[in-house]
Design a protein around this ligand. Structure first.
Ligand code: TYD
Ligand code: MG
Length: 485
């Protein structure tokens, strides 16, 4: 009661000002990198750019933080709070694009009200894939608006002619101003929107160049609001380089529902698109495409692609991994080359497998299995441009390196899978049956797996499964023992 009396007293303008100051504090935000700092400076302390700091104000959090005071009864909460168990779960109704490999990584199709980030290096095929998907998605009751800030209408039209995108329900706008894009959406009321690319969109009042972190973040936040409010499916295209360009579209990863990245290089004919995050479907799922003269075509049997093209028996240093990408088992060829180190430090160079993991496996082969690799350069590669980073690839990498260093080929039609521990022991991996079933289907007749892999379950028909407790046992079983190098 006493406090209320106090607050009712007429306040002097000075006292009111002080009260306001206590509630609102100001800080400075960099228009380039988004970092904030309490004091103004000519140069941003985070990214070292000049004249990028602008003042922002925010209200201070109340001193009555969570947990202070007695707990309140549920009936006292505002209408925004309800019991989770009382909420109705919505069935996600997806709209398939009709491009099987794209639908697979979306988790079955486009979810209304979702925000999808499609990233990759320039020239990989983002605009091509999105134009194809937009053309397939569009229908009289499902108009799709494609906004390009990157290319002129003529350029986009010539691409659409090339890929045969002639759907009358596919609308186009060449625009970079966010307000105008939002106006276009209000006017045309599309059910799906493509923004190509998020780096070209800007909001005038924010300051900073298009593509700056604050611009990307704010524009994406408004598009997110639009997507959730209107039930509109939004695709944001963004350039992301392979060496992890941190500033740029990656700042959106936490905000969007789905993140898809092209992981192959532009030079490869085929393109692998991977779901890094998906709130509406499985993650790590991949879609495989081939760039043709008429746009991206689906590759329905990717194992054939990753197994390499060879006639006759495999040379030494080649093994086949029964990998699992998302929910799909894939056979991937692993190649290794071992050559004597000429100067100083031995080199370890990898492509398509994890560098640290490969270095660790080389050390295990050296220390636990007796293969002398400390004065040898080792090169390891997963063919076909795919990235295999799962621990299940350990055994196949070790087999390829051991085969290369002894110059003895591995037995034909054999797949390898298993994690290798630092002690040289083999550990089980998930979904062994699915991997082996796919291997058998593709004509493999033998599988080398960890002892605990099948856990009493029967092996799929047509494949002879050999289980081992340690890496050296598995290698010895195929005639690989130190001494050949
Ligand atoms: P693009 O979709 O423009 O790449 P991004 O939007 O990721 O920058 O296309 C990239 C490349 O694909 C370009 O070099 C041309 C080639 N391409 C084809 O080979 N066939 C086609 O049908 C199309 C449309 C493009
Ligand atoms: Mg493009």
């Amino acid at each position: 009661m006493t406090s209320r009396k106090k607050r009712a007293k007429p306040e002097s303008p000075k006292a009111r000002n002080n009260l306001l100051k206590a509630r609102v504090h100001s800080f400075f935000v960099c228009a380039e990198c988004g970092a904030d700092t309490p004091k103004w400076a000519g140069q941003c302390p985070a990214c070292a750019k000049w004249n990028t700091l602008t003042e922002k104000t925010a209200s201070r959090p109340s001193s009555r933080g969570p947990g202070s005071g007695a707990p309140r009864r549920l009936t006292e909460f505002s209408s925004a709070v309800t019991r989770l168990a009382d909420l109705k779960a919505s069935d996600v109704r997806r709209r398939p694009t009709g491009i099987g490999e794209f639908d697979r990584i979306l988790g079955g199709g486009l979810v209304p009200g979702s925000l999808v980030l499609l990233g990759g290096p320039p020239g990989i095929g983002k605009s091509t894939l999105m134009l194809q998907a937009a053309d397939r998605l569009a229908a009289p009751d499902f108009p799709v608006l494609y906004v390009s800030g990157e290319e002129s209408p003529e350029q986009v039209r010539s691409r659409s002619v090339r890929i045969g995108a002639e759907n009358p329900s596919l609308l186009f706008a060449s625009e970079t101003d966010l307000e105008k894009i939002l106006d276009a959406v209000r006017e045309t009321k599309p059910r799906a929107l493509v923004v190509d690319s998020v780096q070209t969109v800007h909001k005038a009042e924010l300051g900073g160049a298009p593509g700056a972190v604050t611009q990307i973040r704010e524009c994406a936040a408004e598009l997110l609001h639009l997507a959730k409010g209107e039930g509109l499916g939004v695709f944001l295209l963004g350039h992301v380089t392979k060496d992890g360009d941190l500033a740029g579209p990656r700042v959106l990863e936490h905000m969007v529902d789905t993140v898809l990245y092209f992981e192959t290089e532009r030079e490869d004919v085929h393109r692998v698109l991977r779901a890094i995050k998906n709130r509406f479907g499985p993650t790590n799922e991949i879609g495989v495409f081939e760039m043709t003269a008429k746009g991206l075509a689906e590759v329905t049997n990717p194992s054939a692609l990753f197994l390499g093209e060879r006639e006759g028996p495999a040379p030494a240093g080649t093994s086949v991994l029964a990998a699992l990408e998302g929910t799909r088992p894939l056979m991937v060829e692993i190649q290794a080359l071992v050559v004597r180190t000429l100067f100083g430090m031995p080199r370890r160079q990898v492509s398509g497998v994890d560098y640290n993991r490969a270095s660790l496996l080389i050390a295990v082969l050296d220390r636990r299995c007796g293969f002398h690799l400390d004065s040898q350069d080792v090169y390891v590669k997963a063919t076909g441009g795919i990235d295999v980073r799962e621990p299940a690839s350990d055994l196949a990498v070790c087999a390829a390196v051991a085969s290369a260093v002894t110059d003895r080929p591995l037995p034909p039609r054999t797949v390898w899978l298993g994690e290798v521990g630092l002690g040289g022991e083999l550990r089980s991996v998930p979904q062994v049956t699915e991997r082996l079933t796919e291997a058998a289907k593709l004509g493999f007749t033998k599988a080398m797996v960890p002892a605990s892999a099948l856990r009493g379950r029967a092996a799929p028909a047509g494949i002879n499964v050999q289980a081992f407790g340690s890496l050296s046992d598995a290698l010895r079983a195929v005639g690989l023992a130190p001494g050949g190098n």
